[in-house]
Design a protein around this ligand. Structure first.
Ligand SMILES: *Cc1c(COP(=O)(O)O)cnc(C)c1O
Length: 367
């Protein structure tokens, strides 16, 4: 569907009549954890067939009132994004490649038969919310303001077809350093029973439904004592795809780096794409190439594979230390963070935090 707004969206601004008192807020942002604490405001924009986007508001964060027949509650027509606002070293607030999130949001909207939100409106909505809630940046080292833009079918109708009304919202949540002390390696479970995405399905869209379907395999991994689940392709049950919410990279002893290609069943991560660029600049031989579970084990055992890491906005870059499945388990390298993992993580974080030069124009300063 095409962009419906041909003029910039004006936001009505309704300040929160009773924001969280400073002392409680300060306590909340001292150790916020992840996804538990929310800021005072939210952005809301409505879409109605024939009218397009309207009623853009930056207002108090408050509960929604939904008719029980609201389409999203029945058919899961919902998409979202996950991004972070950072305080740079000099105190400036910044977003990391927000236009990429805006673009991916519309790609997800296409797959879920939802209207496009103009990219400028998406970025402006996020920007307005961060500025309104600038006092909510965590005070902990490595903290950030996690932003959750999302859109859902808000029409009250039980027929099965694309809805004629949608709501776009952005909420914000102070987030601590995902890993408090260093970057521990995670152990992952290879799901033999469940897949995440099939060809022609919704694997490349960031939609809530993908996550709903990943909860059982993730719970199985947790029950077996692992941190994360890794999914294989749905056709041959052989090719390594990704974790429930993070992409994967494999680093070899000949200086090469592999990540699975974007074939439609993998979520095109912005962290993944940024790391591909940084790795090329580091002189690594980077290939987007299928990699099988059997090869993964063989290469880990022969020592050819030195490192594996997962990446995504929330945890940035996370080493994978151990892999287990129905056929037993193997360790990667020393079982901890290797050199390539550490170097790429440090380079990306330094750019995101305004410590290293932003040669790519990835950092959008907000004030
Ligand atoms: C969001 C997401 C990622 C990571 O994407 P980033 O843009 O790097 O945060 C990877 N896999 C899945 C399934 C995701 O939903």
């Amino acid at each position: 569907m095409s962009d419906t707004a041909d003029r910039p969206i004006d936001f009505s601004r309704i300040p929160h009549p009773a924001p969280v008192p400073g002392a409680s807020r300060d306590q909340a942002i001292a150790d916020p954890g992840f996804g538990k604490v929310f800021t005072d405001h939210m952005v809301s924009i409505d879409w109605t067939e024939g009218r397009g986007w309207h009623s853009a508001t930056l207002g108090p964060r408050q509960p929604l009132s939904l008719d029980p027949a609201t389409a999203v509650l029945h058919y899961a027509q919902e998409i979202f994004e996950g991004m972070k606002a950072y305080k740079l070293d000099d105190g400036t607030m910044a977003l990391f490649r927000p236009e990429q999130n805006a673009r991916r949001f519309n790609a997800s909207a296409d797959r879920l038969a939802m209207p496009h939100l103009p990219e400028e409106a998406f970025v402006e909505a996020v920007r307005q919310l961060v500025l309104a809630d600038k006092d909510w940046f965590p005070t902990v080292e490595g903290g950030s303001l996690y932003l959750r833009p999302f859109m859902f079918a808000s029409e009250a109708f039980l027929g099965v077809r694309p809805a004629k009304q949608y709501k776009f919202l952005v909420i914000a949540s102070p987030a601590g350093n995902y890993f408090k002390s260093g970057v521990p390696a995670v152990s992952i479970w290879v799901s033999g029973d469940y897949t995440r995405a099939a060809p022609g399905g919704t694997g490349a869209a960031k939609c809530g439904g993908n996550y709903a379907a990943s909860l059982v395999p993730q719970a199985n991994a947790t029950a077996r004592g692992h941190d994360q689940v890794v999914f294989l392709d749905a056709v041959e049950r052989k090719w390594v795809e990704e974790l429930g919410g993070m992409n994967l990279f494999f680093a070899f002893d000949d200086g090469s780096l592999i990540t699975p290609p974007l074939t439609g069943t993998i979520l095109p991560g912005i962290t993944r794409e940024s790391l591909l660029q940084l790795a090329r600049e580091e002189g690594l031989q980077v290939r987007e190439e299928r990699y099988s579970i059997d090869q993964w084990r063989a290469d880990a055992e022969s020592g050819r594979l030195l490192e594996t890491f997962a990446c995504g906005t929330a945890a940035v870059v996370t080493p994978v230390g151990r892999v287990a499945g129905h056929d037993g388990e193997f360790t990667i390298g020393s079982g901890g963070a290797g050199q390539v993992t550490t170097r790429l993580r440090e380079r990306l974080v330094a750019i995101q935090r305004g410590i290293a030069e932003d040669k790519h124009g990835w950092v959008m300063r907000l004030d």
